[in-house]
Design a protein around this ligand. Structure first.
Ligand code: SF4
Length: 198
């Protein structure tokens, strides 16, 4: 019989530092592994522990009680068995949580999330991911790279790539770009890094 294990890199409580939900208390479940290999990736997810859905939900329940959101992130969470992922989402919802998915948009899912953040990387958002269910698009860019919009009616955030040598330059570029295109773009900084939290 197949077990309902997922490879968990870390589970922790913090505040959402990016996008529409910036500032809101959130529990994070970071799953291991990704299907793309971005040069600027700042997330090391190879370490993991296999945990059952029940163990994950128990761990989340032990975190800060005054928190209504769980963010499923990675890596790329959707590379994992979606039957097990859906079971996890159902169990978390039964505890009263709303669920945000952070995905690179390369994998189709039918799972019902409360908030979907797509951060497109080397590929486009996949055909089959319902545009009406995408809450926001977060585009990472560096100085000089013109960002592309992916969906006509969905909030698009421009986020500077946090590379040590070009951080300030990238922030200035994104700030100026957003200032010049205020109807199409909002600025997203990784506020958790500025706040000094995880
Ligand atoms: S999609 Fe995200 S997690 Fe995957 S390699 Fe790129 S930045 Fe890292």
């Amino acid at each position: 019989m197949r077990g309902d294990f997922l490879p968990v890199n870390e589970i922790f409580h913090s505040r959402q530092g990016e996008g529409v939900r910036t500032g809101e208390k959130s529990h994070f479940i970071r799953l291991s592994g990704c299907n793309v290999d971005c040069w600027f990736c700042d997330t090391e997810t190879s370490d993991h522990k296999l945990m059952t859905v029940r163990e994950i939900v128990c761990r989340v329940s032990e975190l800060e009680p005054e928190c209504g959101w769980v963010v499923l992130t990675g890596g790329e969470p959707l590379i994992h068995d979606q039957v097990i992922l859906e079971k996890l989402i159902i169990e978390l919802r039964s505890k009263g949580y709303r669920i945000q998915l952070e995905t690179n948009g390369t994998i189709v899912t039918e799972i019902d999330f409360d908030h979907i953040t797509v951060s497109p990387k080397r590929k486009n958002i996949v055909t089959g991911l319902d545009p009406n269910k995408i809450s926001e698009v977060k585009v990472l860019t560096k100085s000089g790279d013109m960002p592309k919009r992916y969906l006509p009616n969905t909030p698009h955030f421009l986020q500077p790539i946090d590379s040590p040598d070009e951080r300030d330059e990238n922030i200035r570029f994104c700030e100026k770009f957003v200032s010049n295109n205020p109807k199409q773009w909002k600025l997203s900084l990784q506020m958790h890094k500025i706040w000094g939290i995880k």
